[in-house]
Ligand binder design. Structure first.
Ligand code: WT7
Length: 667
């Protein structure tokens, strides 16, 4: 079991459990979910009438072009279907719905570019942009059911591209702009995409980074014949290569297209998107989400978890390339009629006070970011008082959020004090690409907060901790996190691999429960959940999910150099977990300068194969890897070595115990 929380020491964790931060009386009074009694009543509604409650919420919160009569279909478990015979359109539920209401002239997106330039669009304007882009897609022959790959920077145009796909019933698959050509190619092939929507370049931290060139490289790698069209947003003035007959700029594609486009109504189960994420094998999984259930949860969690009010300025810092940027940038805030900030750049440019300066500038009221960002900004603020949050006026803030990895209590306390002014509740939201939206999280106007704990499941979510046979485990004892009943925004399948879907998420021994892949423990006193880290071979580095097997495959694909590789995680103060690779070369074991040089070569290789986020922090060389007699790599031992711990495991079967000394050395 890898542990992402190990960076906080045991003593701190004990101290922390005594700190409780209940919401103020005023916060409780004003909140949509007001107090624990209301939370409990909402949970009980599901206990009393599970399907009836979901059906009521789906009717109240979404616009259906054809009402559903079936709420949950369980005929082919675990392939659950929600609101199956209903029809709707996701884009209509985010945009058209607000037109003709006072929201139509409200600002939907406040876009701040890398260089600080600000652009605002109202709901009406956004609808026109999305409709025009949807018409441009149709003019390219793209239609309902087609898959469209989106490789875009964080921009209004990125959101427009996603919404436009949804509008015509095309299934989008967004790939984060930091992924390599190879990763892009694999996803294009797996999804069978017909088009790519990209930009010439992206701007990050004052640097112009290529996107289109990477798309060209991916398409040139072979196997991407399904791609007929590449649409290119000219984000910067720099020219990029354009292939005649295949590539079109946005300007060319949009020319003459109407700003009115009738939304294509789709069945509730129609795949809204596929988003690739890492699992425990080398091949990323295409997590497939449905339209109706996903959108319902995106909409509801905006109200419940973020208590979104009409005057809020919501800011989720996640990129649209991740699930957080899907649910809490591209869909949730729009479905809820909110005003949100979309930020193109990075938190450290032009200085590490950028987030705080932007909160002041745009008067953000709800701020949602990742623990890694918080930890790096703490470090920056401690080193340079000029970028400390105290230098900015953060009084507009009322709710803070955290997502993607466990937040260590020290970072929580700093966030609470220096960003939240000891007044803003922090919602530590636990969820996954597969869950579609929050599943375990505090509610700002109800839940007493405990630093480092994501507290309690949302109403309707039957989260529990069980043993290997699916039996409940008492509070205070660690176990496996499961969700016992289906919920509307759950993953529907792995694109093209239903068997893997069943095996990964609904293993036979777990009584049909959904297996999250995380370990967790509930506190003895309150029953609060604390996530203890992944129980599979998945690492969480800076809130990004990476499979150890993926990184191993990337390393051994450097066939001229690498004979064997094993990858494990180790705790890291800044990134939560760090990647540690143990490598056996085809030549003799390098030492000194040569080892450093080869380690760097391998890091760059992995960056090229997967993306810079997958670069191993530590690379260690050995004459071989420690294995059991049956030839299995002793990963537990490697984890101890990675942490620099004394070896307590039985190593009597090791043929060459000297490799342990070799593998203890970092390059
Ligand atoms: C994994 C899912 C959720 C959107 C971003 C990541 C870890 C996520 C928390 C949290 C502790 C967390 C889990 C989970 N995780 N949120 N609040 N506390 N751990 O989505 O890439 O699908 O990763 O992130 O390990 O399984 P993802």
């Amino acid at each position: 079991m890898s542990s992402s929380t190990a960076s906080s020491s045991a003593i701190e964790s004990v101290l922390v459990e005594n700190r409780v931060f209940p919401p103020s009386a005023a916060t409780v009074k004003a909140a949509r979910v007001s107090g624990m009694a209301q939370y409990q009543a909402m949970c009980e509604a599901f206990d009393k009438d599970f399907e009836g409650t979901w059906a009521r919420l789906a009717r109240e919160n979404l616009v259906w072009s054809k009402p559903f009569t079936k709420t949950l279909s369980q005929g082919s478990k675990p392939f659950y279907k929600w609101f199956e015979d209903g029809e709707l359109n996701a884009s209509a539920n985010c945009l058209d719905k607000h037109v003709g209401t006072p929201i139509e002239n409200k600002t939907a997106i406040i876009f701040e570019a890398d260089d600080g330039a600000v652009t605002k669009v109202s709901y009406k304007e956004l609808l026109a942009k999305v409709s025009q882009f949807a018409n441009a897609l149709k003019a390219q022959g793209i239609k309902k059911g087609d898959r469209v790959l989106i490789y875009m920077p964080m921009t209004i145009e990125g959101v427009v591209a996603m919404q436009a796909c949804a509008r015509i019933g095309a299934t989008h698959s967004v790939v984060f702009g930091g992924f390599s050509a190879k990763s892009l190619q694999e996803r294009i092939i797996d999804a069978g995409a017909v088009a790519v929507i990209t930009a010439n370049y992206q701007m990050r931290g004052g640097r112009e980074l290529p996107l289109k060139a990477i798309v060209d490289e991916a398409l040139g790698m072979g196997g991407c014949d399904s791609i007929k069209t590449v649409l290119v947003y000219q984000r910067t003035a720099t020219a990029c290569n354009m292939v005649a007959g295949r590539d079109k700029t946005f300007t060319e594609a949009l020319a003459g297209q109407s700003t009115v486009c009738k939304p294509e109504q789709v069945g509730a189960e129609h795949p809204l998107f596929i988003l690739y994420t890492s699992g425990s094998t080398g091949k990323p999984k295409g997590v497939q989400h449905a339209t109706g259930g996903y959108l319902l949860w995106a909409r509801l969690t905006m109200d419940w978890t973020f208590d979104l009010q009409p005057n809020d300025i919501f800011w989720c810092t996640a990129d649209i390339g991740w699930i957080t940027g899907h649910t809490y940038v591209a869909y949730g805030p729009l479905a809820a009629g909110g005003t949100q900030i979309v930020f193109e750049g990075v938190p450290t440019y032009p200085n590490a006070g950028r987030f705080w300066q932007m909160i002041e500038k745009h008067k953000a009221t709800i701020f949602y970011t990742a623990p890694t960002a918080i930890r790096s900004l703490i470090k920056a603020a401690e080193a340079d008082e000029k970028v400390h949050p105290a230098r900015s006026n953060l009084s507009s803030l009322r709710i803070l959020g955290s997502v993607g990895e466990p937040i260590n209590p020290e970072a929580w306390m700093w966030y609470h004090k220096h960003v939240g002014g000891e007044r803003c509740p922090i919602v530590d939201t636990f969820w996954q690409t597969e869950t579609g939206g929050h599943v375990i999280t505090p509610l700002p106007g109800a839940t007493p907060l405990v630093p480092g704990s994501c507290t309690l499941p949302l109403p309707g979510i039957s989260a529990a901790i069980v043993d290997e046979m699916g039996n409940d485990i008492p509070n205070g004892t660690g176990g496996i996190l499961v969700i016992k009943k289906p919920w509307p925004s759950m993953i529907r399948t792995i694109w093209g691999d239903p068997e893997r879907f069943k095996k990964s998420y609904f293993p036979e021994e777990l009584k049909g429960y959904y297996l999250a892949g995380d370990g967790a423990v509930r506190s003895a006193d309150r029953g609060y959940f604390r996530i203890t880290g992944r129980i599979d071979d998945v690492l969480n580095v800076s809130g990004h999910r990476l499979g150890t097997m993926e990184i191993e495959s990337a390393l051994v694909s450097k066939t001229d150099l690498v004979a064997e590789a094993a990858v494990v995680g180790r705790p890291d103060d800044l990134t939560g977990e760090a990647i540690c690779a143990f490598v056996v070369l085809k030549r003799s074991r390098p030492t000194g300068e040569e080892a450093k040089q080869i380690a760097n070569e391998l890091r760059n290789w992995v960056a090229k194969e997967i993306g810079p986020i997958a670069k191993p922090k530590d690379i260690r060389f050995g004459d071989n890897l420690p294995k059991t007699r049956s030839g299995k790599i002793m990963r537990r031992l490697l984890r101890s070595l990675a942490k620099g711990e004394a070896i307590t495991q039985d190593i009597t079967t090791l043929e060459n115990p000297a490799v342990l000394d070799q593998l203890a050395q970092t390059n």
